[in-house]
Structures are given as C-alpha cells and as structure tokens.
Design a protein around this ligand. Structure first.
Ligand SMILES: Nc1nc2c(c(=O)[nH]1)N[C@H]1C(S)=C(S)[C@@H](COP(=O)(O)O)O[C@H]1N2
Ligand SMILES: [Mo]
Length: 458
C-alpha cells in the first residue's frame, strides 16, 4: 500500500478523512495534531518496551527516594538554629531520627547511591517518557471521573519526576544553585512525586508484570522498508501504546534498549570517578569542582569551596585566630591553636562525603575530640553530653554554620581536626581547625571553625 504518488494525488474522497485512519504517508493528508492517532508512528512503542523501562525505574527510583530521605535525616533538619527547619516538625518529618555515626562511611554510601543512581537513570527516564508521550495528548482528556483522576495523578507523576531530576542535577552540577531553598523544594517535591508514584505503580505494575512475563515481542526487523507487525502482536487493547499506523522501523527494539543502556553506562562511567581518589577522579567528567586543583601532599584531596571562594583570608586564620568555646554557663573560653595542639590529640580515619555525590576515601584526621571540648565547656560526660552549634570565620554564604547532635559529639572519632595525613590542614581544607564527624554529610564538617557553642541547639 501507500503507492499513490504524491504528484498524482488521490481523490480527496477516496477514504473518509477520519481521525485514526489517515494513512501515514503517500502524499495524503498526514495527521497534523499530536492528538491524532496516526501522529505517533514509532514502531518501537508498545507495552513491553514501556513495562521494561518502568520496572527499571521502579527499582532505581525507589533507591533514589529512600537514600534521599536518608540524606534529609542526616542533615538533622530538626536542629535549630543552624540547620534547615523543613519540615518544621510537620507530618513529613515523621521518619526523622538521630543519624548514626556508624558505619563511618554510611553517608558516603547513601549519598553516592542517591546521586549516581539518579544520574544513571536519566536515559531510562527519558526513554520511558518518550514511550508514553502519545498518551499525553489523548482526547477526550477524560472519559470518566476515574480517568480524570488518573490523568491528574500522571501530571503530578511526570511533573514531579522532572522537577526532582532537574533540581537535583542542577544542584550537583552548578554547585548548589539554590543554597537555601533547594532542600525544601527537593524534599517537598519528592513527596508530591512519591504519592503519585505509589498510585501509578499500584495501577500499572500488574499489567507491567503480565506483559513482561509474556516475554519480549518479536524484535522489529532492522531492514528498511519492511513494516513489522511485531508491535501489533503485543496485547495492546488496554495500554494503547502501540502506534496504529507504525512507520517502518529504523532501529530494532534491542537496538533502542542498547542506546538507553549505553547512555546509562556512559553516564555511570563519567560519574563514579568522583568517589575515588587519585587519577581516576579525573574520569568524573560530570562531577562539579573538576577544575579545582587539590594540590599535593596530605591535603591533596577534593576541595569543595576554597577559602578564597568564600572570602576567608590567610590573615584571619593566622596567629590572631582564637577558638571560642561556649558552655551551658554562657562562659566563653578562648583557645589558641597551640593550646589546642597541647590537648590530647586523637586520630580518626574518615571520609568527606558531599551531598553533591562526590566523596573522598578515608583521610587520617587528627586533633581534639569534640567530647573533650564539651568537657572543657563544663559538661560532664557521665551526665550526658549536649549537641554543639558550630560557627566559622566565613561571614556569608551557605554552610558557614552547622548544628551537630549529641550522639555526634559523643563519638570518640568526632574531632575538631587540626591536621590531616600528618600535615597541618591546608587553608582550603579548613585551617586552622575544622570539624570532622563520622558518617555526617560533608556540609556539617565545618571548615575555618571560630566558635563551638555546646548545648546551644534548640
Ligand atoms: N565554613 C565552611 N565549611 C564548609 C563548607 C563551606 O562552604 N564553608 N562546605 C562544606 C561542604 S558542603 C563540604 S562537602 C565539605 C568539603 O570539605 P573539603 O573542601 O575539605 O573537602 O566542607 C564543608 N565545610
Ligand atoms: Mo558538600
């Protein structure tokens, strides 16, 4: 069929120009609107293709969602005054718990997964959305109240997933594009998306499982010009994903999956390097801070914000620097770096694990235990130690303060570090003193510390 020459043109009344039956080619009036059944012609679309991508997303997005909630809990968002107060002790905070300090690589693992799996899912997500895009234009918009409800939930589902991926990727790529507002946006967005996701999975998973159990449809012929009937052989009465007027295939279904999988593998390849030290880190082409040279020696590991970038000068970190330690009695004790070095020094092997998904391997930090400083501030470990509010020399910008919980102060590996790998901290890693806490997100490992206020968190 389709042999009518365009020049000759068929008589206009040869076939009724009704929606859905317009021939796809051959010079006749082609469907113009995305709502026309014949508009979407890829023979790749079909229940099997959509179901397979859907099941991959179900597993992957669940990992991203759970690790995202964990990351939120790791921020101690219930601690004032420093930390983000979302969700303001509201309903969505039901699951918040005291983030543990064990194992010490916990946040490195959960946040590495959150960002890496999120990045790797991008091609799968795009392919999945592509595979169902004709349904976005289905007319009438709603056949029944139930159908209308389902379509509204799809709006939240698709809108939600795009919002979460876009804000997440912008945040890791553009170095905290939204310093203050990212957390609430990404957090509330995650819950909107998750509610729609649960409804969607409940409605569609049975069909997806049935379609996948039935096995892959015959692959599309990769030869040109042959119109494969493979798509049509799929059980499509209920899903309506198969093009009624499929075009000739230019790519087999296996080939299309190869493109998607290849894209994911490529993204994985240019992302994982951000979690290893040494030359392999340079393979992390997508990681932020790629241009920051960490220098050499014991301090030669990834730097987030340099001192210069946040306006901390060598002058204010020099001999005039003092650490102020504040206790429950409101008394302030001021210590020089030499006095801190004269206190018992302890070493802990701990990584930096950033919310952006990059991390370092364990670095050997040494300095004064936070719990020793709490004791100095007048707290008795036998009566339980309080949390601490940490401030830095940095005068503006995000992350210059942090609130740590009592379990983090108590851990003997939690340090006010003065040295790393046997050398003094470099200015960019927080000289003269920085906090390092096992399993804590990098953002709570405050650099250029100027004050520790024990018992100050509300
Ligand atoms: N004062 C201050 N401390 C800070 C930051 C900052 O911007 N200012 N960034 C934090 C973040 S987000 C991370 S991931 C770690 C990174 O530590 P590094 O630069 O030594 O690797 O420092 C944390 N400490
Ligand atoms: Mo970070």
């Amino acid at each position: 069929m389709g042999d009518h020459s365009a020049a000759a043109g068929p008589p206009p009344d040869e076939r009724p120009p009704s929606r859905g039956s317009s021939p796809p080619s051959g010079g006749r009036t082609a469907p113009r609107l995305p709502s026309d059944a014949g508009f979407w012609r890829s023979p790749l679309r079909g229940p099997w293709f959509t179901a397979l991508l859907g099941v991959v997303l179900l597993v992957g997005i669940t990992v991203v969602f759970v690790t995202g909630l964990l990351s939120y809990a790791a921020y101690n968002p219930d601690l004032a005054p420093a930390n983000d107060q979302t969700p303001e002790r509201g309903l969505l905070g039901f699951y918040l718990f005291a983030w543990p300090t064990d194992p010490h690589w916990l946040y490195r693992l959960t946040q590495g997964l959150h960002v890496t799996v999120g990045v790797v899912l991008v091609p799968v997500l795009l392919a999945k959305l592509w595979s169902v895009v004709p349904k976005l234009f289905t007319l009438p918009p709603a056949r029944s109240a139930a159908h209308a409800l389902e379509r509204v939930s799809l709006l939240l589902l698709v809108g939600g997933v795009l919002f979460e991926f876009v804000t997440g990727l912008l945040n890791v790529q553009l170095d905290y594009l939204f310093p203050g507002s990212f957390y609430p946006l990404h957090f509330y967005g995650a819950w909107v998306f998750a509610s729609a996701f649960v409804v969607h999975v409940a409605l569609r998973l049975p069909t997806a499982v049935r379609v996948l159990r039935a096995g892959a449809p015959d692959d599309l012929a990769s030869g040109r010009g042959k119109r494969s009937a493979a798509g049509a052989r799929e059980p499509d009465r209920e899903t309506g994903l198969v093009a009624p007027e499929p075009a000739a295939p230019t790519l087999s279904r296996r080939g299309a999956l190869g493109v998607v999988g290849g894209g994911s593998v490529l993204l994985l390849g240019v992302t994982v390097g951000q979690n290893v030290d040494g030359p392999l880190r340079r393979t992390a082409l997508l990681a932020p801070h790629g241009g920051t040279d960490p220098g050499s020696g014991a301090n030669a590991f990834q730097i987030n914000k340099t001192a210069g970038a946040v306006g901390v000068t060598a002058q204010e970190t020099g001999d005039g620097w003092r650490l102020t330690v504040e206790g429950a009695d409101g008394r302030r004790r001021r210590l020089t770096r030499a006095q801190l070095l004269a206190m018992p020094q302890h070493t802990a092997a701990l990584p930096i694990a950033c919310v952006e998904g990059w991390s370092t391997s364990d670095q050997h930090w040494s300095g004064v235990r936070l719990r020793d400083l709490a004791q100095l501030a007048g707290f008795d470990p036998r009566e339980g130690l309080p949390g601490v509010f940490v401030s830095s020399l940095q005068r503006s910008g995000a992350f210059r303060q942090a609130a740590l919980r009592d379990n983090q102060v108590r851990d003997p590996r939690s340090l006010l570090a003065l040295r790393v790998g046997g050398e003094d901290l470099s200015l960019d890693h927080g000289y003269p003193a920085r906090v390092i806490v096992p399993a804590a997100p990098g953002v709570h490992n405050t650099k250029w510390v100027s004050q520790l206020s024990f018992g100050a968190n509300r």
